[in-house]
Design a protein around this ligand. Structure first.
Ligand SMILES: Cc1ncc(COP(=O)(O)O)c(C=O)c1O
Length: 228
């Protein structure tokens, strides 16, 4: 029997693509190809609400392109913990079975779910602020040096910064910025990853830009200056 793919997965927003949003036409195309070939579609929507807000549509529009969807109520929605798996009743029943087999069941989940409900009810509408702050952050970095980031490419709340032109590794940048009170993470040897969220406002954006400027000035490559 010919082997055929059983499942196609999409991810939006896409974490390692720097919070990029899948266009709806792309999602529709993937769904069509999967259906034609008898495969199911799963949407890794850990950040689905960021994608929905960026596109100006409700999350169910994105979910409609998949048979099953997973999303987090942590991350930008600010709950301390929690992810939800959604799909048909039959699918969810099967998933519950596998969760128990894998040791993932939890009896005391109500208290955790309560925070998730608050997240869903009160945190979705403010995500646009995170996106605007991420854009501001990127614009500030771009002004320090254009090699750091292209601010026009920031779609949601993730800003990846390329510090490859500096004399420091990403790991050194992370500790230098931590000393300045700015939490970031390294992404490979030459990239940093900044994420904006409910606790990051304009003041924190300015603080982060100032900190990156100070580290950049210490770590910038020596420039060849024209004499005179
Ligand atoms: C794109 C993506 N999918 C899935 C997950 C995992 O979510 P969870 O650990 O809540 O299952 C994460 C991050 O944690 C993520 O960034």
């Amino acid at each position: 029997k010919k082997l055929a793919p059983a499942l196609v997965c999409m991810e939006t927003t896409h974490n390692t693509a720097g919070g990029a949003v899948l266009p709806l036409t792309h999602m529709a195309g993937v769904q069509r190809i999967a259906r034609t070939n008898g495969a199911k579609v799963h949407l890794d929507g850990a950040r689905i609400f960021n994608a929905a807000v960026a596109l100006g549509v409700s999350a169910d529009k994105l979910a409609a392109y998949a048979d099953s969807v997973c999303f987090c109520v942590s991350k930008a929605l600010s709950a301390p913990v929690g992810s939800l798996l959604c799909g048909s009743t039959e699918f969810v029943d099967r998933a519950r079975h596998f969760r128990r087999m894998l040791g993932g069941a939890m009896r005391q989940s109500g208290i955790v779910a309560a925070a998730g409900i608050v997240a869903l009810e009160t945190m979705v509408e403010r995500l646009g602020e995170d996106h605007a702050n991420a854009r501001l952050l990127a614009e500030g970095f771009q002004q320090i040096d254009p090699s750091l980031v292209d601010a026009a490419g920031i779609e949601t709340n993730i800003v990846r910064v390329d510090i490859g032109a500096s004399a420091r590794s990403a790991q050194q940048w992370v500790s230098d910025l931590a000393a300045e009170g700015v939490a970031t993470s390294d992404y490979g040897r030459s990239q940093l990853r900044f994420v904006t969220h409910r606790h990051i406002g304009r003041a924190e954006v300015e603080q982060a830009v100032a900190a990156v400027r100070r580290v950049w000035e210490r770590a910038a490559p020596p420039r060849v200056r024209a004499a005179g």
